[in-house]
Design a protein. Structure first.
Lengths: 209, 227
């Protein structure tokens, strides 16, 4: 590119979030909807920081009961055994299926915590107008967006077990209260990643130059 | 905007359609803004290479040969596999004289009966409804384009819906869930994987293929009905 690179915002253009049509900002103000796909037009995602913070805080609150309370209750011949997410991981390690232990640990413990930490880091970096490695921060953002869905594995395992194991008095598995909290954490962090606008990081860098 | 050039693309033509149609008076043709950092890039039509944003590395354009035909074929395959996956049990458990079989839908009903309505809805939404919307939506958009008709009614709106729900379709995650449950229950009872596990396993790859052969910028151009 031989001309000096500039952004859509500097040229007074709005990039449609859904179909990526470039629309004149003046026209965008009067129409407010994309002329091609009908999506609402915004220069940046509306209230991105406030929304993301709210969703992140809600997830932080819920991640505590999600990890402390039991996620499954197994009843075998009258004996009850409650398992948290972590005790499930330990159970798999002890019974020798360490691959499964790794899958559950990464999906249910590592990913949610990493995702929340990254989102908080990105939010703070915009808040303090950081100019530190915007490219790497954008990559981090793309990573959180990509990886969040895999946390649902544990929820699906629980639902399959609950639906499948109901052999009367012999064995039954019930979902514990943590299942609902954990599902809420996954959904909230997915919404949080979606509501964060990575272009805010670049806006700050451009304005401060 | 009001120019006579922005007619819908003549059907059956390949390549980025409407490449010369002006998007708006002040916007030069074929200019794209990076969705992640807002930097503007000039896009040359018919570029066979993948174009990355020079500043943040986001994928701006990826050449996809035969996009419409391939996505359509894969989506049709996916729909057939989806019907199979929902018609047969995915796991059966044997313990003593008891055999318990579960299909995806009876599993969801079972959760509902056990007072777990929230989880039941979440599974129904992410593993049944969203994939169904994705597949039917794609068929609705792609079929008229493939057979040289005008884009279907509200096709742009349907495509928007298909793209917006995509992150919530989690069949591949569910598949991993099935495998983990299989191992876990293997310690307690005899587990027999059903037909559905296999069709499900193929389905997630077919569905991933359908989505990755989709050329979104090309589709947006062809669905553009402005004049």
């Amino acid at each position: 590119m031989n001309v000096r690179p500039s952004t859509a915002r500097q040229l007074g253009l709005v990039n449609c979030h859904d179909c990526h049509l470039l629309v004149d900002a003046d026209q965008a103000r009067t129409h407010a909807r994309c002329p091609r796909c009908g999506a609402r037009l915004h220069l940046r995602k509306p209230n991105s920081l406030a929304r993301t913070w709210a969703l992140v805080w809600a997830a932080i609150v819920l991640i505590v009961p999600a990890n402390v309370l039991p996620i499954t209750v197994t009843i075998t011949l009258g004996a009850k055994q409650a398992d948290t997410i972590m005790s499930g991981v330990i159970y798999f390690m002890q019974t020798g299926s360490w691959e499964i232990a790794v899958v559950i640990f990464v999906a249910s413990i590592f990913v949610p915590f990493a995702k929340l930490s990254i989102l908080i880091f990105l939010l703070l970096s915009v808040r303090f107008r950081s100019a530190w490695r915007p490219k790497d921060r954008t990559t981090l953002y793309r990573l959180t967006e990509l990886v969040g869905r895999w946390s649902m594995v544990d929820i699906y395992v629980v639902t399959i077990l609950v639906a499948l194991v109901k052999l009367g008095a012999v064995a039954a598995i019930e979902a514990g209260p943590a299942a609902v909290y954990f599902a809420a954490v996954v959904v909230l962090t997915m919404f949080a990643a979606e509501s964060f606008d990575p272009r805010l990081m670049w806006d700050v860098v451009e304005e401060d130059v | 905007m009001r120019g006579p050039q922005s007619q819908p693309q003549p059907p059956g033509q390949s390549g980025p359609a409407g490449a010369d149609a002006p998007q708006s008076p002040r916007v030069p043709a074929r200019l794209v803004a990076c969705p992640d950092c807002d930097l503007l890039h000039k896009l040359t039509p018919h570029e066979p290479a993948t174009l990355l944003c020079s500043r943040c590395g986001a994928v701006l354009h990826r050449h996809k040969p035969d996009s419409v035909a391939r996505s359509l074929a894969l989506t049709l395959t996916a729909l057939i596999l989806f019907v199979l996956s929902n018609s047969f049990p995915f796991l059966a458990i044997k313990s003593g004289g008891l055999v318990q079989e579960t299909t995806l839908l009876t599993g969801i009903r079972e959760l509902w009966k056990q007072e777990l309505q929230g989880l039941s809805c979440l599974v129904l939404f992410t593993c049944v409804l969203v994939p169904l919307v994705q597949m039917i939506g794609l068929l609705y958009i792609l079929a008229p384009l493939q057979w040289g008709r005008r884009p279907a009614l509200h096709a742009a709106r349907v495509f928007r819906l298909v793209q917006e729900v995509a992150p919530w379709g989690m069949m591949e995650v569910f598949m991993i869930g099935i495998l983990v449950a299989l191992v876990k229950l293997g310690h307690m009872a005899t587990i027999v994987p059903g037909v559905s596990v296999f069709s499900f396993g193929v389905l997630i790859f077919v569905m991933a293929g359908a989505y990755s052969s989709l050329d979104a910028p090309l589709l947006w151009d062809r669905l553009d009905l402005r004049r």
